[in-house]
Design a protein around this ligand. Structure first.
Ligand code: ADP
Ligand code: ASP
Ligand code: MG
Length: 454
């Protein structure tokens, strides 16, 4: 069994959809195909919803263009005799979308659940089109199979229930089966939800894990996982092989090629992932598996996370890094907040971590509550923060065997005048990270890439 995921970059045009058809029809194995919305559509669905809610009447023209795009694609990819029946399936979905837009326009508001219903139409439509484009394929309804539950203010996959539903529905043929990625429904209310932007990768991983697939193939628009974001570092090269942990670190620190939670379900079941290029299917891509690291390579790639802030706790209590980090991270996790990097400086009695800027206000509130006794007796003097930062990461399983690496990379950054606000002080895991100014991040990535790979 193979699970294939085609992203928006693979299903954006009739030409790339023709490649998808060829790839799926050329398979010898049973396959489940997970697809995203047509390229760029999710952004468009959201911006049009905002227009409608704000009273901008041009939402009707946006809607018309989106409808036309879907009908054109059907005419170009679905066999002539089948196209009318595909249009009959898409037309009620477009009616639903139009009614939703008119509704938010009327009430001049865009509730979160309504937005979730609006964006779901992207994958609900694309999956029907792709299923009909491949005459042997059948369609499966992701809203019935992928269930979420509330975790703080987020919707997260109900993994047990989802695994059971996916297994019941997908382990029997006929194959191939096509379903939409990203979209889901709340396990209790049935309300439409989703797995977060970029979440089709995660849907595919849940399917692969549920079916004990032999491999999860992520088809996209680049030749594999690259040593850096190619839009920032054009010299980035394909990484032939990497470990699950390396890919997880790079994705957590901003490598957009895979949505971070994707790795867990397949890692857990030791199902390898292959990243492949829909536009160049002959390229070998990148294999992500439980490989033991190549002793020759230290760093496999670099990545960066923008919109970060640094929170620092100062005072003599902060020198007890274990106690402070344990309590701080516990307090943050009670609100579902996720800090990224830990840097402790015993001599300066400070303890710092990076966190998404959107989570800062809530994080500070939680920390003030948690450390109220220490703030009162002055064993902690202040909790301070700096915004406008980015976290830069160099990742490789062998980094822990190269104690000089963090000093070397830090010195390279400082030699170009890039100020380091915090860095992991010990290479205790597979990732070295540096907090720097956001406006310097592209320069820093280019610099580290040059030192490490060129
Ligand atoms: P899809 O629609 O296939 O899900 P995405 O846009 O989500 O595509 O992800 C693929 C894009 O990720 C590539 O086009 C590339 O520009 C970007 N990217 C960022 N970092 C990396 C990286 N380290 N390796 C490969 N691609 C990367
Ligand atoms: N269509 C969704 C998005 O653009 C999900 C995905 O593409 O993975 O975020
Ligand atoms: Mg993606």
């Amino acid at each position: 069994m193979i699970v294939l995921k085609f992203g928006g970059t693979s299903v954006g045009t009739a030409e790339s959809l023709a490649n998808v058809k060829k790839i799926v029809e050329g398979l010898d194995d049973n396959a489940v195909v997970v697809v995203s919305a047509l390229g760029g559509l999710t952004d468009r669905l959201i911006s049009t919803a905002n227009k409608a809610a704000s009273g901008d009447g041009s939402y009707t023209e946006d809607f018309r263009q989106m409808a036309e795009r879907h009908y054109n694609i059907i005419d170009n990819v679905v066999e002539k005799e089948l196209a009318p029946s595909t249009k009959d399936k898409i037309s009620p979905l477009l009616d639903e979308l139009r009614r939703l837009y008119d509704g938010v326009n009327l009430i001049a508001d865009l509730p979160e659940r309504t937005l979730a219903q609006i964006v779901s139409l992207g994958e609900r439509m694309s999956s029907v089109i792709v299923a009909d484009m491949i005459p042997a394929a059948r369609h499966a309804d992701s809203l019935k199979l992928v269930k979420t539950e509330k975790w703080f203010d987020k919707n997260i996959a109900s993994t047990r229930l989802t695994e059971q539903l996916l297994r019941e529905e997908l382990s029997k043929g006929p194959y191939p089966i096509v379903m939409g990625g990203f979209i889901s429904a709340d396990k209790d209310s049935g309300e439409i939800t989703n797995l977060g932007r970029g979440g089709s990768d995660y849907t595919a991983a849940l399917v692969a894990a549920a079916l004990d697939a032999d491999v999860l193939q992520i088809w996209t628009d680049v030749d594999g996982f690259l040593t850096a974001d190619p839009r920032v570092v054009p010299a980035a090269k394909v990484i032939d092989e990497m470990s699950f942990v390396e890919s997880m670190d790079l994705c957590t620190f901003g490598a957009k090629v895979i949505y971070p939670p994707t790795i867990y379900p397949v890692f857990h079941k030791n199902i390898p992932i292959r990243i492949l290029n829909t536009h160049r299917p002959q390229a070998p891509g990148t294999l992500i598996s439980d490989r033991t690291p190549d002793p020759e390579s230290t760093v496999v790639g670099v990545s960066a996370l923008k919109n970060e802030s640094l929170i620092t706790l100062r005072g003599h209590y902060a020198s007890d890094g274990k106690a402070v980090s344990g309590r701080a991270f516990n307090a943050l996790s009670r609100k579902g907040l996720t800090p990224h990097l830990v840097a402790q400086s015993e001599s300066l009695n400070s303890f710092s971590f990076a966190i998404a800027t959107s989570e800062v206000a809530q994080a500070i509130r939680m920390l003030k509550e948690e450390f109220a006794p220490e703030l009162v007796d002055s064993s902690l003097e202040v909790i301070e923060m700096i915004c406008g930062l980015a976290t830069l990461a160099a990742v490789g399983d062998n980094i822990k065997r190269s104690p000089a690496m963090s000093g070397r990379l830090g010195a390279a950054l400082e030699s170009e005048g890039i100020e380091i606000f915090a860095m992991t002080d010990k290479a205790s895991n597979s990732c070295l990270s540096f907090v720097i100014r956001e406006e310097e991040v592209n320069h820093a990535l280019t610099l580290l890439h040059k030192r490490l790979f060129e």
